[in-house]
Design a protein around this ligand. Structure first.
Ligand code: SF4
Length: 834
């Protein structure tokens, strides 16, 4: 313990302040944020009263202070486990951690505060110099144009780096936003030797950054950096798993694979010696999820340095690359998974420590964060993890594959031990069989309850259609639904409880046996422990789904019938508000956070995104700016809103919409996107118009009938195509030139009001005195609407017609918010010339 006298570490004023604050709080724990100069605490402020375990608020405030300090009322200044964990996490971003006694006389410095190296700020002139007229950009960027908005944006990002700011930056289509943030990012890396992470939502943008924009930014600035795309573990082949598969085969798992899948396993095995990165994309075909499951690295079951393949491990190689890179490209999923892991107490996340973050396509970050900061338990997750332990054949008492089988094989020459293990295994597999039966029946019952009991729409039973339902006591029939769920959910939980009990007994036995067996079962023991923890996590969700009354969580179920007629059922627990978590896990962890996108502002500015992400940070520099698109929409784009079409809820709307879509497709000889909010409506329209369109030589490309990339490739090729798409076609789709001349939005993209997360969040806003429609539904719809519109004009010479079939933009008061969000352009009647 490095206790120090308060005379050297605390100035008089701070010591007095701390003593008084603790005394006023009855001698209980208080967490302080402190400011240090030289070797002395010059000033301190109270972060929270109460236990240090209130980690979120500590982490959230940490960047504001040089160190965090709290008192141990007992006078024993040794750190608890919790202290050590928080200290490690604070150290991650340069803050110190101290423990003090109630009299402010002794301090234990658990992690010292390290004064950061002097920052070399970025110069606005230098940034502009790389992008203006007569710069090297004219030779490096084909078709370079001097764009003032791009220069302004790059300079403002430089300012955000200099001032440790959170910066919301909307950049209209065509601004050249990636180059605008990469130039200051590269200069910052060169000046300050700090790593930067760029997070994106789509693979398209990641590929564009890696293949084009980063090399261009390096050529422009002459700064060579090391950059890497980082993927989650599940993307890499685990050599340990592959080796095990080779040695053991796939046992009864083969029963669940079709001949094509068994062929895929052999093909991957043949490729293995030649793989360089072990990344899924290196496999020359797309393996089925069941096949990839045999090979992929697991998030938690990894032997790390103890693994016999450690030095060859693909994931570890990728991780080493990441740790030695200046610029990391990740996706929002990985960014949120890393943040969630650090929140849960992991001292090391998936990504190396970093204090400067650029979130591109930031309008999507709340949705991704919502899924990572929540938890779920599905029927298939249970089966998958239990199969890792032991996959049982229909009749045999012995497991045909899995860890238990390996245990048994290791006891070949030790009959007494073998007999004991056989007994454990027989008990476990017996319980597993019981579980499969009862849980299988229970899940079927839950599926039927979801489908029939609440939502009687027969379409819900169609393969692939997902049904979501919220568990809400207050809803009409909510109590009844909960009661109906009670027994089947408890049956799943009880079956799992029995299996976990059995698993714990096996682990206890192995622990004793390990000592005598000199690590004979080391690997199996480790894997079983990890699986036990996973199953305990699932058990927690199953227990909470019917019993929790926590208002901060949304409890909901989702179900769908898979194409092979199996039923997928999932229990979900989602935070009603992620803003506090985002604030502490992302904003609080980084000195600079740039959030950029072509659509961050709704009709009333940045208020919506700021509220959703908790960007109300009185102690931080928070900037916001919008840079307009350089495209001439007035000249190149027109809007048509039919006056005679019924409102979307009125009879005849779908038929009318089909008529306009048909007319547009004929008028533009295909070259049209129609964007829907409902897949059922999309199919209805397709059925109405595609036979007639075929006669005109125009083909309907329908989302879901092929994968997105192939549909887009076909659309871009020569030919007459009308593309009908829902959700994923509203954004991230880039068809330049006249191949896309018309975009039709069929309905304003309001979210489905019965969606559990949406519904619960709306109620939450109302309870807090807000207006769910104005504060949530409307701005979210406006942002999505802007995204949809943004598909049309992708280059400065692009021309196009935007057709809006939802006349609520005119008939309803709120409609003006959608129109206001669009750039100024001419409204046309029947003349669709562009
Ligand atoms: S280190 Fe982990 S991921 Fe790599 S091969 Fe070993 S177990 Fe698999």
């Amino acid at each position: 313990m490095s206790a120090a006298s308060a005379i050297t570490l605390l100035n008089k004023k701070s010591a007095e302040h701390i003593r008084t604050a603790i005394a006023d709080y009855g001698g209980q724990e208080i967490v302080f944020g402190v400011f240090i100069e030289g070797n002395t605490i010059q000033d301190c402020e109270i972060i929270s009263r109460g236990n240090i375990n209130m980690a979120p608020s500590v982490m959230q405030d940490a960047v504001r202070y040089h160190a965090v300090m709290h008192n141990h009322p007992s006078g024993n200044l040794s750190p608890s486990d919790q202290d050590c964990e928080i200290a490690a996490r604070l150290a991650d971003y340069g803050a110190g951690f101290f423990i003090i006694d109630n009299n402010a006389e002794n301090i234990n410095v658990i992690v010292p505060y390290k004064k950061p190296a002097e920052i070399i700020p970025l110069e606005a002139e230098e940034i502009a110099g790389y992008l203006k007229k007569n710069s090297s950009a004219e030779n490096i960027i084909p078709g370079f144009e001097n764009r003032q908005a791009q220069i302004d944006m790059a300079q403002s990002i430089g300012k955000a780096f200099n001032h440790n700011a959170v910066y919301l930056c909307e950049a209209g289509t065509g601004t050249g936003k990636s180059i605008a943030y990469l130039i200051p990012a590269l200069l910052w890396i060169k000046n300050n030797h700090e790593r930067i992470i760029v997070s994106t939502n789509t693979i398209n943008l990641q590929e564009q950054l890696l293949g084009k924009d980063i090399p261009t930014a390096m050529a422009l600035t002459g700064i060579k950096i090391k950059y890497t795309m980082v993927k989650g573990r599940g993307n890499y082949i685990c050599l340990y798993k592959a080796d095990r598969l080779k040695k053991e085969g796939y046992g009864t798992s083969a029963l669940f694979l079709n001949p094509e899948e068994t062929g895929q396993i052999s093909r991957i095995e043949t490729m293995l010696p030649d793989l360089k990165t072990g990344d899924k994309s290196e496999v020359s075909f797309l393996p089925s999820p069941a096949v990839w499951d045999f090979f992929c690295a697991e998030p938690d079951i990894c032997f790390r340095a103890r693994c016999q393949f450690f030095s060859l491990c693909y994931y570890q190689q990728a991780r080493r690359e990441a740790f030695t890179s200046d610029l990391l490209i990740v996706n929002h999923h990985l960014l949120c998974a890393d943040a969630a892991m650090k929140i849960e107490g992991g001292q090391t996340g998936l990504l190396p420590a970093c204090r400067r973050l650029i979130i591109d396509e930031a309008h999507n970050i709340e949705e991704t964060a919502t899924s990572y900061f929540g938890k779920s338990a599905s029927r298939s997750a249970l089966q998958r993890n239990l199969n890792f332990i032991a996959r049982t054949g229909k009749k045999s008492r012995e497991p045909a594959s899995g860890i238990l089988k390996r245990l048994l094989e290791k006891t070949q020459n030790r009959q007494a031990l073998r007999t004991l293990i056989e007994k454990f295994i027989a008990d476990f597999t017996g319980k597993r069989r019981e579980f499969d039966q009862t849980a299988g029946d229970a899940f079927d019952e839950i599926y039927n309850l979801i489908r029939n009991g609440i939502n009687k729409n027969p379409e819900n039973g169609e393969p692939g259609n997902e049904i979501k339902i919220r568990i809400n006591r207050q809803a009409p029939d909510g109590e009844k639904f909960l009661q109906a769920l009670d027994i089947p959910v408890k049956n799943v939980g009880a079956g799992l409880y029995r299996l976990l009990k059995q698993l714990r007994e096996i682990l206890l036995f192995l622990e004793d046996e390990e000592k005598a067996s000199q690590d004979l079962f080391r690997d199996e023991q480790f894997e079983l422990k990890c699986l036990k923890m996973r199953l305990e996590g699932l058990q927690e969700v199953i227990d909470e789904i019917i019993s929790s009354e926590n208002d901060n969580n949304i409890r909901w179920l989702s179900a769908r019938r898979l194409n092979d007629s199996r039923l997928f059922v999932e229990f979900n627990i989602t935070p009603v508000d992620i803003s506090e978590i985002f604030k502490s896990a992302v904003l609080g962890k980084n000195h600079t956070v740039i959030l950029t996108s072509a659509t961050l502002r709704d009709h009333s500015g940045f208020t919506f995104i700021r509220k959703r992400l908790g960007i109300n940070l009185p102690y931080r520099n928070v900037y916001e700016n919008a840079f307009p698109s350089p495209f001439d929409y007035k000249k190149n784009c027109r809007i048509y809103i039919p006056a005679n079409i019924p409102e979307p809820s009125a009879a005849g709307f779908t038929d009318s919409a089909a008529k306009y879509i048909y007319q547009a497709a004929c008028y533009f000889s295909g070259r049209t996107f129609a964007l829907f909010t409902s897949y059922a409506q999309l199919l209805t329209v397709k059925n109405i118009i595609s036979p007639e369109l075929e006669k005109q030589g125009i083909t309907c490309l329908v989302q879901g009938e092929d994968n997105r990339t192939r549909l887009l490739e076909t659309f871009r090729s020569c030919g007459k195509f009308l593309l009908l798409g829902t959700d994923s076609f509203w954004e991230g789709v880039d068809v330049k030139g006249e191949r896309l001349s018309c975009v039709i939005i069929v309905k304003l993209p309001f979210r489905v009001p019965t969606d559990p997360v949406y519904e619960a969040r709306s109620e939450y806003i109302e309870k807090a005195g807000g207006n769910a429609f104005m504060d949530y539904a409307l701005p979210a719809a406006v942002l999505k609407f802007k995204q949809g519109f943004g598909r049309l004009i992708r280059g400065k010479d692009d021309r196009g017609l935007f057709i809006l079939l939802d006349k609520r933009v005119i008939s309803k008061r709120y409609g003006a918010c959608f129109i206001k969000a669009l750039p100024e352009m001419e409204q046309v009647d029947e003349n669709w010339d562009i």
